[in-house]
Design a protein around this ligand. Structure first.
Ligand SMILES: Cc1ncc(CN)c(N)n1
Length: 232
């Protein structure tokens, strides 16, 4: 039986995929045991990450081959800039995050890595490449939010944790992920090595992003640090 494109790309990097889904960060978030300073640090980095996400979504809208795809992508842009952004700002208020921390944060190595991958993908001007990266970002989050909550049967009580799960497993988000997977299956092919590799690099940075939430100290944006050999 032929494997669908999405399934075959995911299988090719299943170790890092599974490590990200079952990461301590997600387990603690679901169990309501995640330390506030870890969530705080993660969300400051993640809000910066959304800047690259918006740009990539914009690239996908500009380069999509179908009007129906442009419309679906645009609807999601509205969601992120409303429900998801509200979650961020509620937490920033709760955790007393200052404007300075938001405007000029020290980015972690994984933030720098994922930002570069997204910027490079914008430069490709390729709809398929944009979809491969967006598909990882969103389907990996749906996977952990579904798997670790036992499909919603076992959810945390704290609003800071529940709210993050809500935006990553409600019906609208599942519909969005279905759309991305269908697009990847329509546009890709199992032997497109360039696309497969971009998908794997996105998974690599997702895993590193969770790891960095526990590392504490960021590095200055202009330090020129070598971030990894997976640097694009
Ligand atoms: C790093 C990262 N990747 C994915 C998501 C899911 N929207 C996120 N919030 N942050």
């Amino acid at each position: 039986m032929t494997m669908h494109v999405y399934e075959s790309y995911r299988t090719a990097c299943k170790n890092e995929w599974n490590a990200a889904v079952n990461h301590r960060f997600n387990q603690e978030l679901v169990a309501d045991t995640l330390a506030d300073d870890v969530l705080r640090r993660y969300l400051i980095q993640d809000w910066q990450y959304t800047s690259g996400f918006y740009s990539l979504l914009g690239q996908a809208i500009a380069s999509a081959d179908l009007l129906s795809s442009k419309i679906r992508l645009s609807r999601q842009l509205g969601f992120i800039s409303n429900d998801e952004d509200t979650y961020f700002h509620d937490r920033f208020e709760q955790f007393n995050v200052s404007h300075a921390e938001l405007d000029n944060p020290q980015l972690t190595p994984s933030s720098l890595g994922i930002t570069k991958l997204y910027a490079d993908t914008v430069q490709t001007r390729s709809y398929a490449d944009a979809i491969a990266v967006l598909c990882v970002a969103e389907s990996l989050y749906l996977d952990w939010a579904q798997t670790l909550t036992n499909e919603g049967r076992n959810v945390p009580r704290k609003e800071q944790n529940l709210g993050w799960i809500r935006v990553h497993r409600d019906a609208g988000f599942k519909n969005w992920v279905d759309f991305l997977i269908q697009e990847l299956n329509r546009l890709g092919s199992p032997n497109n090595e360039e696309l497969k590799s971009r998908f794997a690099r996105a998974v690599h940075w997702e895993l590193a992003f969770f790891d960095d939430a526990y590392r504490g100290i960021g590095i200055p944006q202009d330090s020129g640090a070598i971030i990894s050999n997976h640097d694009s």
